[in-house]
Design a protein around this ligand. Structure first.
Ligand SMILES: [Ca+2]
Length: 223
């Protein structure tokens, strides 16, 4: 359990390790067929008044939010820098972006596990009308990716990793900030690891990417 977390953190901190690990683990792996919902739940949105240059965002009909298409526009930033970047973000005149949300189910703090918790892999993403983790829902449900550990705790199941990115650009196999501080220690914030589907908290001084999201449906449909 401890090793899992250390692994996630070393991947978050060091892109070289992430790249090496990703390639190494990919050897002999059987790619999974796309199983995400993106073809029916994500809709292209134009934000810059130019549909010829393609969409700048995707409306997520399940979460009722709009995701910025470029998933690494922030660069690698601390949590405070991510918060500042997203608050100032202006895409074709559209402002009001935020970092992804996360709601801790049950008691405060990380309850580590491989299934249906807030911390670890195969985390609880959405039940009833409650979205527990927007990034987790995007990675597991919308894109259809498989985690580094399956729900029974088996390591490196076939097809694990960031295999599906739909039509987003620049999704990195790296950590992504949520906007949510870790309630038990506010020097930490929650993040989601795009490399292997892990969710955990990490010191805000680390650098990770920021995925901008906007409430509701903004922009114009592109056919
Ligand atoms: Ca456009």
């Amino acid at each position: 359990m401890l090793l899992n977390r250390v692994g996630v953190r070393s991947i978050l901190r060091n892109g070289a390790i992430a790249s090496f690990g990703f390639l190494w683990w990919a050897v002999g792996a059987v790619p999974a067929a796309a199983q995400g919902t993106w073809a029916t739940t994500l809709a292209a949105r134009d934000l810059d008044g130019n549909s010829a240059n393609g969409p700048e965002a995707f409306y997520d009909a399940t979460l009722r939010v709009t995701w910025l298409r470029n998933a690494s526009a922030s660069g690698l930033v601390t949590w405070w820098e991510a918060t500042e970047w997203v608050a100032k973000l202006d895409v074709g005149g559209v402002r009001g972006w935020r970092l992804p949300r996360l709601v801790e189910p049950g008691r405060a703090g990380c309850q580590w596990g491989n299934h249906s918790t807030d911390c670890g892999y195969n985390v609880r993403t959405r039940t009833g009308g409650t979205t527990w983790t927007e990034l987790g829902h995007l990675w597991y449900t919308t894109l259809g990716n498989r985690a580094f550990f399956d729900s029974s705790g088996k390591k490196e199941p076939a097809g694990w990793g960031l295999k599906q990115t739909a039509s987003f650009t620049n999704i990195r196999s790296y950590g992504y900030w949520t906007g949510v501080e870790y309630a038990k220690d506010r020097d930490y914030a929650w993040f989601f690891g795009m490399a292997g589907g892990g969710q955990d908290r990490i010191d805000k001084h680390n650098v990770a990417y920021a995925f901008a999201v906007h409430d509701g449906d903004v922009g114009a449909p592109i056919r």
